[in-house]
Unconditional design. Structure first.
Length: 438
């Protein structure tokens, strides 16, 4: 394994390269900070144990690195693609067991997709998920969660707004590495405001901080493991059947992004990256964690530093695993007020929706073609118009499948594109601008 003594000695530190241990440790900590805000936000929204979730983000990252042969630098954290389905399946009963079962099912399907891609190649993925579909699916994720964000935001608009502005300001005005931490900065600012803002001190539920739970938490302890409940297999759990499609689109986009930054083609590794992510998600769901995905925040860090050394990600994963053994950390995360979550969700979910649009722009998707307009328009309305927690049963004879707005929106984008593909191919003439804009 080649050794680079400092990051400045070469333009790029490749996955097989090694930095000296002090730099490796610091770079690993930097990646932990980059993923931290978004990773712990998911268990807050879903009611999962933060220590368990952060623990399995580290475990999943190590699994991913092993499955990809230590050739694809990436960090795995909590996936937002699962949020709508988990909220719908838990309902008012807060049945985490059903949610864990759904996560396991999605992980297994994702693993199978990875095996197929590994042996068959990436052409089926390109056929089913061209940029117009991929961008739509990503946009659907953000819009599907909009109602959850606005509900939490309304709990205490002042603290939510301060949190939102702090996160946006950090993303726009800060420079260097701090610019990659808008979620973490927004949460810290919102938390501090909640600690001193009078209505919060008067125990207003949406912004009150429960310091008692922090004081009673142990400093060192084991992560709390929980187990899935497969009692409703094929009915309620069908909410999770189409999440792997979203994860495939997300993971492939991230791999292409890393390839572009590193100037090394990683597309032959897509099957392995899907398998690594699928195994990590399955193991996480089996023991009480969230679904996992490669993290754009950490790709951003690589974009700035040009350091892709695999050992940096091993160190980051070990740090995350160690955080899982600190219960007071979990108590601190759980004490973050709902309104602070709402402020961050307003920004983050909107950002996900806009990234879908960026995929269209980067791929030069031609929206003068009516097929592309239909493929994008209908799923977006489905995602925005149906509440995130509403389950939609679809009866197919004796079989009943259940969808939420995210699954239905993603499925409709894929199906619509295939149905309209012949017309898309024949449509060589662009529509006049005034027709498209109506």
């Amino acid at each position: 394994m080649a050794v680079a003594t400092t990051a400045r000695e070469r333009d790029v530190v490749y996955p097989e390269d090694r930095l000296p241990w002090p730099q490796t440790i610091l770079m690993g900590l930097q990646h932990v900070m980059a993923m931290f805000g978004a990773t712990v936000l998911v268990p807050l929204i879903l009611g999962f144990n933060p220590n368990t979730v952060i623990f399995f983000s580290g475990v999943a990252t190590l699994i991913f690195l092993v499955v990809t042969g230590f050739k694809v630098p990436s960090y795995l954290g909590s996936s937002f693609s699962f949020i709508g389905s988990v909220l719908a399946v838990q309902g008012t009963s807060n049945n985490h067991g059903l949610a864990y079962a759904g996560i396991v099912m999605a992980g297994v399907i994702y693993l199978i997709i990875g095996l197929i891609v590994h042996f068959v190649g990436v052409n089926p993925i390109r056929y089913l998920l061209p940029p117009v579909v991929t961008g739509t699916v990503v946009a659907v994720i953000g819009l599907a969660l909009a109602s959850a964000a606005t509900g939490n935001y309304a709990g205490e608009p002042f603290t939510a707004t301060v949190t939102l502005l702090a996160a946006v300001g950090a993303a726009v005005y800060l420079r260097g590495f701090p610019r990659l931490l808008p979620v973490l900065i927004g949460i810290v600012v919102g938390y501090l405001v909640s600690a001193i803002y009078p209505p919060c001190a008067a125990a207003k539920s949406a912004c009150h901080i429960d310091f008692g739970a922090i004081g009673s938490a142990a400093i060192v302890g084991y992560p709390t493991f929980a187990f899935p409940d497969f009692s409703q297999f094929g009915t309620t759990l069908s909410l999770f059947f189409f999440i792997p499609v979203i994860l495939v689109a997300e993971n492939a986009g991230h791999v292409y992004a890393i390839s572009g930054i590193m100037k090394r083609d990683l597309s032959p590794m897509l099957g392995r990256t899907f398998m690594g992510d699928g195994i990590g998600t399955t193991i996480s769901g089996l023991l009480g964690g969230t679904g996992e995905t490669t993290y754009a925040e950490n790709i951003g860090v690589m974009g700035i530093t040009r350091v892709f050394s695999i050992m940096v990600f091993v160190v980051a994963a070990v740090f995350a695993i160690l955080l899982g053994f600190i219960p007071i950390f979990g108590a601190l995360v759980r004490s973050i007020p709902v309104s602070v979550q709402g402020g961050i969700e307003m920004y983050l979910f909107g950002l996900i929706a806009v990234i879908g649009g960026k995929i269209w722009v980067d791929a030069k998707v031609d929206f003068s073609k009516r097929a592309n307009l239909a493929v994008a328009a209908i799923p977006l309305v489905i995602a925005a118009g149906i509440p995130a927690t509403q389950a939609i049963p679809i009866h197919l004879g004796s079989l009943t499948l259940t969808f939420n707005n995210l699954g239905l929106g993603a499925l409709s984008a894929i199906v619509l594109y295939q149905l309209l593909r012949p017309g898309h191919v024949r449509d060589k003439e662009a529509e006049p601008a005034e027709v498209v804009s109506r």
